[in-house]
Structures are given as structure tokens and as C-alpha cells.
Ligand binder design. Structure first.
Ligand SMILES: Cc1cc2nc3c(=O)[nH]c(=O)nc-3n(C[C@H](O)[C@H](O)[C@H](O)COP(=O)(O)O)c2cc1C
Length: 208
């Protein structure tokens, strides 16, 4: 025969066990928010006067806003083979030079072969890719710049995504423009966030 106060204590203990178990299960897998894989996003850019660098930082902030995401932010010339191959997603930014990506960014892409030997195995295959650009004038090559970056990624059998704008995030920096503004930085953040989300979805096990 168990005395009354011991019975109360035992009941209380069992109830606590049940409640903590339910809390643990509902925390780890929520019906609304399936657990996403942690991903690594490389943000690589060229920038002489700082505009594209500011956009790159905002892309990185947006990617980091997805919990579990690691961001590596580097100038294109400093990217190593390990940076490239260990990333789940790569976002590349360029200033517009003569209505296209700058020579440094093009050289970076060429080095994927010359330095990193991506072909013929297609070592970048199925990584997520995205682009951003800054240009002095409103309509003088930002979209061509982003599209040529995306074209190089497609040639590497990457999966390209947009965000912030139709082809990526961009900013106008000269003339009547006040420079990279809040809206353009918000677009860059939106691009970074979407890249991280799509990469995480691709790397996560399928829901039951
Ligand atoms: C060599 C050169 C060519 C450029 N050509 C263009 C151009 O075709 N269209 C444009 O909108 N801006 C052009 N620009 C302006 C830059 O794209 C713009 O200032 C950009 O924001 C610079 O980025 P950064 O501050 O990251 O270096 C050119 C600048 C340079 C130095």
C-alpha cells in the first residue's frame, strides 16, 4: 500500500515526464515548419569603390537570417577551391563594366577551370547559384551583367534562382542616384534569404 502523499508525488512525476516528452517532440518537428538542413552560402564579389561590396554584405545578412546558415563573404580573387566546393550555394556580385560583368568576375569564372578544374566532372553541378550587380546608370547593363553571371552558372549545371528582382538584386549608384539605398539593400537581403532557403530545401530530406 503506497501512502497518499507518495502517490501524489508519483503522479506528479509521471505527468512531468509526459509533458516534457510532448514539448520535446513538438519542438523538434513542427507541422508548419519542417526542420531544414544547415547550409553554407558563399558570397563572392568584385568591388573597386565599395558599392558592390555593400550589396554583398546585405546578401550575406539575408542568408544568415535563415537559422543554421553559414556565410562566407569573399572577394572573387580570394576564393579557394575549398570555399567553392564546400558551399551549397554561391551568390556572385559584379559592378557593371561596359554593360557586362567586370573582367575580374569573368576571370574568376574562367579560373573555375584553370585553377579548380570543374570540367569535365561538372563539380559545381546542383549547387544553387544567384547574381547581383551595381551599375552607375539606371539602364546600362545591370540585367545583362546578372544574366551573364547566371549563364556561366547554368553552363556549370548549377541551379539558378532569383530574388530581390527578376534576375537577382541590383543597385544604381551614380548620376541622380543617392548611391546604394535602403530598398536596394533590402532586395539584396531578400536574395540572400531566398538562396539560403532554396539551398536548405534542396539539402533537406523529403517530408513524409
Ligand atoms: C570601366 C568601367 C566601366 C563601367 N561601365 C558601366 C556601364 O556600362 N554601365 C553602368 O551602368 N555603369 C558602368 N560603370 C559604373 C560602375 O558599374 C558603378 O560605378 C558600380 O557601382 C561600381 O561598383 P563598385 O563600387 O563596387 O566598384 C563602369 C565603371 C567602370 C570603372
Amino acid at each position: 500500500m503506497i501512502p497518499g502523499n507518495w502517490l501524489q508525488l508519483l503522479t506528479c512525476f509521471i505527468l512531468c515526464l509526459i509533458v516534457s516528452h510532448v514539448a520535446l517532440v513538438s519542438n523538434s518537428v513542427s507541422a508548419d515548419e519542417p526542420a531544414l538542413a544547415a547550409v553554407k552560402v558563399l558570397v563572392a564579389y568584385h568591388s573597386l569603390s565599395g558599392n558592390t561590396e555593400r550589396m554583398a554584405e546585405a546578401v550575406g545578412e539575408g542568408a544568415k537570417s535563415l537559422p543554421g546558415t553559414t556565410v562566407v563573404l569573399k572577394r572573387v580573387g580570394q576564393v579557394t577551391a575549398d570555399d567553392l566546393f564546400s558551399s551549397d550555394a554561391i551568390v556572385i556580385g559584379s559592378p557593371v563594366y561596359w554593360s557586362n560583368m567586370s573582367g575580374e568576375v569573368k576571370t574568376f569564372f574562367d579560373n573555375w577551370q584553370f585553377k579548380f578544374g570543374v570540367f569535365p566532372e561538372f563539380k559545381m553541378k546542383n549547387k544553387i547559384g544567384a547574381a547581383f550587380a551595381t551599375g552607375g546608370q539606371v539602364s546600362s547593363g545591370k540585367e545583362v551583367t546578372m544574366l551573364t553571371i547566371l549563364a556561366a552558372m547554368l553552363g556549370n549545371q548549377m541551379i539558378v534562382v532569383s530574388g530581390g528582382g527578376a534576375f537577382g538584386a541590383s543597385a544604381t549608384t551614380e548620376g541622380d542616384s543617392p548611391g546604394v539605398d535602403k530598398k536596394e539593400l533590402a532586395d539584396a537581403q531578400a536574395l540572400g534569404r531566398r538562396v539560403a532557403e532554396v539551398a536548405a530545401m534542396l539539402r533537406s530530406p523529403p517530408a513524409n
